[in-house]
Design a protein around this ligand. Structure first.
Ligand code: AMP
Length: 438
């Protein structure tokens, strides 16, 4: 079916053509017609399926001929990166129309976002926490709202946004069209949907989540300590070209990026402890090809859309099968073919089995010829917490021993010599009482 048969405004069809979209993806084929007709939609659609255009195109179509300066559509999304990506998609699709959009998310100043409310951007794309921050002020009224989209609803719930979403709903007119997109449909989403949607069209609801077609998936069994050297070797041999690498923790993301740079490979990292400008810079550098490798944690990776990304590497096996599907959905997007490799240490095999059960197939195990799988690793990527605590305790015990030997009391301060590192003790994790918002 060609795009022209969907009945979209010619200026949208022109933009779609310019973007090189030849025909609608299956989710677009199913969702656009009913959404144009005003129907609520509940769609099970993964990242990479073309879902963003599936909800943006009908909304843009309806907004083109409306008066300006009233926000009529709100897209709720879990992360800043996804909000920025959706705004980028909106700007591309709306390029031949007068429709405007703005993104509203935390980590950047409120001023320009306040302007978006005051000037009545047609579409606001927001993360729930920052949107609620704005709702405290009188300028942020969405009384003219007609369209609401919840994107990646399952992820928003995983991130604990359900109470925020319910609070946001209290600020919106009850009469509106609602489109809810989710990669999976757990009972909580079904309940939210039944509270929010009126007689919705259900799309793909029964289908089990599966990675997008076109992805060649393989597993590299390797010991935990040799994962870094294996990744370096795959990059050095050009088996991996541009690669998005997922690690389990921010700490591992940092250490891995350092390891790659030490081997002369261009790499950056993106995770929740990095500022918005650092994330934007890392992502832009990766997209432009300045960095071959982007190391990311899961949450940060939502919304990363890099055209023709050749590879995704799961440096650590995701603990939740749905995360695997989301991650590998970054490659092989809309008809491109990419590879997804997963490094599996022996203790991660049970998690891998759970993934294989979910996607309904056993992933092929591969080994890299002439990589020394028995080599002695040069240092660990991450020192286990128990070992770190034991090291701190033994250092403190040594210090106490030295002080006792010198006959000084523990309360006496020792003069610093000025050389050697200062050991400040700093609690790990975010400061207490501060709420983190994406
Ligand atoms: P999404 O699932 O919305 O994140 O979209 C995944 C990717 O598919 C994005 O890079 C889109 O630009 C692209 N895309 C969306 N619709 C189409 C289409 N009909 N044909 C080709 N690519 C598309």
């Amino acid at each position: 079916m060609p795009f022209s048969s969907l009945g979209l405004n010619p200026s949208l069809q022109k933009a779609v053509r310019e973007l090189g979209f030849v025909r609608p993806t299956p989710i677009q084929t199913e969702a656009i017609g009913p959404a144009l007709a005003g129907r609520d939609v509940l769609a099970c659609a993964q990242t990479g399926s073309g879902k963003t255009a599936a909800f943006l195109l009908p909304i843009l179509h309806h907004l083109i001929d409306r008066t300006r300066r009233t926000t009529r559509a709100l897209v709720l999304t879990p992360t800043r990166e996804l909000a920025a990506q959706i705004l980028e998609d909106l700007n591309a699709l709306a390029v031949h129309t007068p429709v405007t959009g703005a993104a509203v998310y935390g980590g950047v100043s409120m001023g320009p976002q306040e302007h978006a409310f005051r000037s009545g951007a047609d579409v606001i794309i927001a993360t729930p926490g920052r949107l609620l921050d704005h709702f405290r002020s009188s300028y942020a009224k969405l009384a003219g709202l007609e369209y609401l989209v919840l994107d990646e609803a399952d992820r928003m719930l995983d991130m604990g946004f359900l109470p925020d979403i319910r609070r946001v709903l209290r600020h919106l007119p009850a009469r509106r069209q609602t489109l809810l997109f989710s990669a999976t449909m757990p009972p909580l989403i079904a309940k939210l949907a039944s509270d929010m949607l009126v007689n919705p069209l259900l799309i793909n609801q029964q289908r089990q989540a599966k990675p997008a077609v076109g992805i060649a998936q393989a597993v590299y069994p390797v010991s935990q300590d040799l994962k870094g050297p294996l990744l370096v070797r795959l990059l050095e041999r050009d088996i991996l070209k541009d690669v998005l690498v997922f690690t389990r923790t921010k700490h591992r993301a940092n250490r891995l990026a350092e390891l790659l740079v030490r081997h002369g490979l261009s790499a950056e990292r993106i995770h929740g402890n990095r500022s918005q400008s650092q994330r934007t810079q890392a992502l832009a550098g990766f997209k432009s090809g300045r960095y071959r490798v982007l190391v990311a944690t899961d949450i940060a990776a939502r919304g990363i859309d890099v055209e023709a990304l050749s590879h995704v590497v799961n440096f650590d096996v995701p603990a939740v099968p749905e995360d695997y599907i989301h991650r590998v959905g970054r490659t092989g997007r809309a008809e491109l073919t990419g590879d997804a490799f997963t490094f599996v240490a022996p203790d991660e095999e049970p998690d891998l089995k759970a993934i294989e059960r979910t996607i309904g197939k056993v992933l092929p195990r591969v080994t890299l010829p002439d990589f020394d799988y028995k080599a002695r690793p040069q240092g660990k990527l991450e020192i286990p917490l128990a070992e770190r605590i034991a090291a701190i305790r033994s250092r403190k015990a040594d210090e106490r021993g030295r002080r006792t030997a010198k006959g000084s009391s523990p309360a006496q301060s020792r003069p610093r010599t000025g050389d050697g590192p200062r050991h400040h003790s700093r609690p790990s994790g975010p400061p207490r009482g501060r709420r983190r918002r994406p």
